[in-house]
Design a protein around this ligand. Structure first.
Ligand SMILES: Cc1cc2nc3c(=O)[nH]c(=O)nc-3n(C[C@H](O)[C@H](O)[C@H](O)COP(=O)(O)OP(=O)(O)OC[C@H]3O[C@@H](n4cnc5c(N)ncnc54)[C@H](O)[C@@H]3O)c2cc1C
Length: 455
């Protein structure tokens, strides 16, 4: 089932997800399989890569050309130790953030940083050095990781931390699985005052106000994120909704524990015609006006706040069998609000029909040698695969290069090696040096690493 059009020229020749295909969340993959087992150390012995729950959108968790399989960590999900005083957790890499929420939130603990879905593993979160709505305050998850246990290319199992093999530790945070198989993670969990969230949402009329509102909210709210209607133009360019939140104080929320939420499953891939500029326009209108008042405050369920997309299982099927990709850029603070406005103008002029365009301000850069966030505005958007997708991603990357920005590897499928290497010219040599030191034979690789780094 070779893909009918645009992906025929993709360097790793991606095909639609289906039986016998290892795929990313964007619905594209390569022939091969994922082997799971409860004994990770045994499972990964000859594996060229480990993946978690496959929530990376692009090809970072896919086997490289010639490698027909990858190890899957999802069954290796034991909690090994938890200190109820300090909150230090030691767990196998396959445990999901959903499981951690289920087990530890009732006891007053939550992960210090969470991405927009709880269906990711701890190992996957470390390998992407994920950021969340609190990046401006809490950094990436790597800041809270005390150590990882890694199976290396030569078969040794080592513990890496800030004191022990610090180069390996820093390269593993955000290293997309290219330094070794993460077997265990030691993570400092965050104590929370209650299991509920106090949220304030604000309708914002245009992009300049959005940047200002996000920046002003940062010092006052631990969690901030904005949704933008990226089909809007002119005076409404970049209008959207800004969500701000904090853990509710005891007594502020209901006395009962947040109930289990009912989820629905997206039944089947939508036919190609269903998603078009009109349906996306209609969605954006509805979403913008669903809150008629400008400001709204109240107590909300933590899953509704952190994981709105998780309410619909397999929502990625909405994009049909052709799949989709995501592009996430951080526009550095030095480039100013004017650069964010120019980026929104560019998105609006390119079209590309995106339901989801998310803006977030990023705080200080972390230790991960290839981690994504740096101070500035991150803008992420879904792009359904069309014949011009490659050209669109090229154009967005050209913008990133012009403003000194960078892209997020966990989302990427289409960036060209030249663009990526140019964007990462200051950091990539060090990452490759560490990678080469610990894996001189180039044992660890993914479809993405071959596409962007050549090995
Ligand atoms: C709806 C949605 C919302 C998201 N929101 C955010 C967000 O807000 N912020 C953010 O930062 N990210 C976000 N992401 C991206 C997601 O957090 C990352 O892609 C994460 O790495 C996925 O974890 P996973 O367990 O599914 O790993 P996979 O997708 O299976 O793998 C991702 C990478 O991690 C590596 N890896 C996984 N497990 C191991 C291991 N045990 N040892 C070594 N390497 C390993 C893989 O090789 C691969 O390179 C989102 C994704 C989705 C689908």
């Amino acid at each position: 089932v070779h893909h009918p059009g645009p992906l025929a020229h993709h360097p790793t020749a991606l095909i639609p997800a289906g039986p016998g295909v290892v795929s990313g969340w964007g619905g594209l993959g390569v022939p091969g399989d994922e082997r799971r087992g409860v004994d990770m150390a045994a499972l990964v012995r000859h594996a060229p890569l480990t993946r978690g729950l496959g929530r990376a959108y692009g090809d970072s968790a896919l086997p490289a050309p010639g490698d027909r399989w990858v190890a899957g960590s999802a069954l290796a999900d034991r909690l090994l130790a938890f200190d109820t005083q300090s909150g230090l957790l030691r767990a196998e890499a396959g445990v999901s953030l959903r499981e951690l929420r289920r087990l530890l939130l009732p006891r007053g603990w939550f992960v210090p940083v969470t991405p927009g879905t709880q269906f990711v593993t701890l190992g996957g979160a470390v390998a992407s050095d994920v950021h969340g709505k609190n990046h401006h305050e809490s950094g990436t998850i790597g800041r809270h990781v005390q150590a990882v246990q890694l199976a290396l290319a030569d078969g040794r199992v080592v513990r890496a931390s800030r004191d022990h093999h610090p180069d390996l530790f820093a390269a593993t945070l955000g290293g997309q699985g290219l330094t070794g198989h993460v077997l265990e993670v030691e993570l400092a969990m965050a104590r929370v005052p209650s299991p509920w969230i106090f949220q304030e949402s604000e309708r914002v009329p245009h992009i300049e106000r959005f940047v200002e509102a996000l920046t002003q909210a940062g010092p006052r709210w631990p969690f901030t994120v904005g949704w933008i209607d990226c089909l809007s133009r002119g005076a409404h360019l970049g209008r959207g909704t800004l969500m701000k939140g904090r853990w509710a104080d005891p007594g502020e929320g209901p006395t009962h524990f947040p109930p289990v939420l009912r989820r629905v499953t997206f039944p089947a891939p939508l036919p190609g015609w269903a998603l078009n500029d009109w349906t996306v326009w209609a969605f954006n209108q509805l979403y913008y006006w669903k809150q008629p008042q400008r400001w709204k405050t109240g107590i909300v369920h933590p899953e509704t706040f952190f994981y709105p997309l998780d309410a619909i299982h397999q929502w990625n099927r909405m994009y049909g069998r052709r799949g989709f990709t995501q592009h996430q850029i951080v526009i550095p603070r030095e480039a100013g609000t004017a650069a964010v406005v120019r980026y929104l103008e560019l998105l609006s002029s390119l079209g590309g029909a995106s339901f989801l365009c998310v803006i977030k301000d990023c705080g200080e850069e972390g230790e991960g040698l290839l981690s994504f966030p740096k101070p500035g505005m991150s803008v992420a958007l879904d792009i359904p695969i069309r014949p011009d997708t490659q050209a669109m991603v090229d154009r967005l990357n050209r913008f990133a290069l012009d403003v000194g920005g960078r892209i997020y590897l966990a989302k990427d499928t289409f960036s060209r090696a030249d663009d990526f290497q140019e964007m990462e010219r200051d950091r990539l040599p060090r990452f490759l040096e560490v990678r080469r030191h610990w894996d001189p034979e180039g044992h660890f690789r993914s479809a993405q690493s071959v596409r962007l780094m050549g090995w």
